[in-house]
Design a protein around this ligand. Sequence first.
Ligand SMILES: Nc1ncnc2c1ncn2[C@@H]1O[C@H](COP(=O)(O)OP(=O)(O)OP(=O)(O)O)[C@@H](O)[C@H]1O
Ligand SMILES: [Mg+2]
Length: 358
Amino acid sequence: MEKRTEPAASPLLLAMRGIVKTFGRSVAVDGIDLDVPERAFLTLLGPSGCGKTTVLRMIAGFETPNAGEMRLDNTPLADVPPERRPVNTVFQSYALFPHLTVNDNVAFSLKLRGGVADIAVRVRRALDAVHMADFGQRYPHQLSGGQQQRVAVARSIIAEPRLLLLDEPLSALDRKMRGHLQIELKALQRRLGIAFVYVTHDQEEAFALSDIVVVMNKGRIAQKADPQTIYNRPADSFVADFIGNSTLVEGRVLERRGDAATIETALGAITAPAAEGLAAGDAAMLVIRPELLSTRGEGEATFTGSVSNCVFQGERSMIQAEVAGVPLRFAAETPYAVGTPVALWLDASRSFITRIAA
Ligand SMILES: Nc1ncnc2c1ncn2[C@@H]1O[C@H](COP(=O)(O)OP(=O)(O)OP(=O)(O)O)[C@@H](O)[C@H]1O
Ligand SMILES: [Mg+2]
């Protein structure tokens, strides 16, 4: 695993404090604090309707918060109209002008601004950055979805924004194209040194790209951390459930000892690292990630049960086994028939006891 640069060490580019946005009686964003350091790749991750797009639209200036303050370079944004913010947006749908060539699409904002001398050079440079320099004369309908989205990115970086907002830019593309463009976007972001605020509901994409992942739930921030912390130490059961294929087992904390706790569950008493602040008597959730369950181990198996479901995924199969009424999910190299008895060994030292989400 590559070593990540510590994002907190960079100076702050954008600070959001106590931001609230309501639409009529519905609360889309419910009091969030968010810091975007310079050069950071920050991802807003969460289910449909949790407020991700609304956050982006407030940063861009298309929506006005009902409460709270936003500062960019420590300057309040409240009175700065969208076109004066050093911010650009790439949307999910490519949103290119169909009647303009690629070159003219990319040049559009500079032409609109006027007084920019070296437009052709800058268009060329922006298209080069997304490997589309040979496509300048084409029209959008002559491009694939992935190529159109590359042009949309070129168009958004040509004015050299400080901050680029990307709202599910790859979600319309097939898996392979998405993988390619993820790598390109990450490389581009590093090269340009622009901060990206990226929106997705795909946790793999969030982990692959981000320095900081912000998991949102119903207009609030559930957790803000580097991908490994989000994965290994989810702040609550909502985050744990949203990330990956973990089995969540509710229980009660019997004992707390330093970083670890023992939790009583339907699966028995299990000792594992635990979230800060959880104490004896608290209701809590044991998070068992699939890779912590093995069908081979030393000594007595942790659990025995029988297979209740199996999903073939190609390089592996996702198996579900019933143990004391709990459906435990684990990965195996080959599919299992339903009803097969299984013995499972749990590496409890790498599982996690977390809070139950409000
Ligand atoms: N203009 C609007 N008028 C009324 N309600 C709105 C408006 N925009 C957003 N909302 C509501 O605010 C909430 C948050 O919406 P938002 O678009 O930010 O979610 P999202 O996280 O981007 O979801 P998705 O993943 O589906 O794009 C939703 O309940 C949505 O219905
Ligand atoms: Mg959205």
